[in-house]
Design a binder for this molecule. Structure first.
Ligand code: SF4
Length: 275
């Protein structure tokens, strides 16, 4: 059985940067609040909780230095934290910040803003805040058909699929007179998705590692499921069933942007031992 790890699997630049910022802040502060989990990976969140990073979902529960995670937050959250007088340690990914700036710019220029993404994802919720909650969030061509306006500006959740975004833009371009598009899909996402697809094409079985709450990992899983003969989405090696590998010659492993390299290695070694 040949086992191969996809290129670009695991932590992206923004997550690595957020973890690095959190580590430095935890050297300085015994207790640090995180507005939402630092990344969408329960194992890493547990590890950081032990180091003093307390996850809160309600801004009113913040009573000290607070970390803004890579997904970013809406402008009013900064305002509330500033009013509280707490130290803000901002680990918003610079690419997410760029998308937020474009969202605001489009509103300022008078466009009807459309955000291509998952309405429940924290990054999209923050983008919405930058449009003063005037934007429509869509996630399919069917929803794009329903957009009615003459001037439309589009931004995108950074972890969306390039192909699906292209199809949505095609629909919009046929019906909207003035369409301004900022393709804010992050390079890291695109590279990770391409590498996963390439590996899945030459694999019998794909293992996709990442938090079950991670949108970018779920997309990798969807790509692998469509391409390889079989694909499994796991958080840890405990979920692996040795029966999956009966008759399998080539195994591919990929991982979402919030999966640490030590976990990828551990799962690789676990599968290797099954041989
Ligand atoms: S996927 Fe891209 S935009 Fe999102 S945190 Fe990582 S580097 Fe930043």
């Amino acid at each position: 059985m040949i086992i191969e790890i996809a290129e670009n699997a695991g932590f992206c630049y923004g997550v690595m940067r957020a973890i690095d910022i959190a580590n430095r802040a935890l050297d300085k502060h015994n207790k640090l609040y995180s507005f939402g989990p630092i990344i969408h990976n329960p194992q890493v969140v547990d590890e950081y909780e032990k180091k003093g990073l307390k996850v809160v979902e309600d801004i009113d529960k913040v009573n000290g230095p607070v970390l803004i995670r890579s997904h970013g937050v809406a402008p009013e959250i900064y305002e509330k934290l500033e009013k509280k007088g707490v130290e803000i340690i901002d680990a918003t990914c610079p690419f997410v910040k760029e998308a937020q700036r474009y969202a605001k710019q489009l509103v300022d220029e008078g466009y009807r803003v459309v955000i291509f993404g998952d309405k429940d994802h924290p990054e999209v919720k923050a983008h919405l805040g930058y449009t003063k909650y005037t934007a429509s969030v869509i996630n399919s061509e069917n929803e794009a058909v329903k957009i009615k306006a003459t001037r439309v500006g589009v931004v995108c959740q950074t972890t969306q699929s390039v192909e699906r975004f292209g199809r949505v833009i095609e629909v919009l371009s046929k019906k909207i007179r003035e369409l301004k598009v900022f393709n804010t899909i992050c390079d890291a996402t695109d590279k990770r998705q391409k590498a996963a697809r390439e590996l899945a094409e030459r694999s019998d079985l794909m293992i996709v590692i990442g938090g079950k709450n991670s949108a970018n990992t779920r997309k990798l899983y969807e790509i692998c499921k469509e391409t390889a003969k079989s694909a499994y989405y796991i958080e840890t090696e405990k979920e692996i069933d040795s029966k999956w590998f009966n008759g399998v010659e080539k195994v591919g492993i990929t991982a979402g942007a919030s999966t640490p390299s030590y976990l990828i290695r551990r799962i690789y070694e676990f599968v290797k031992a099954l041989k």
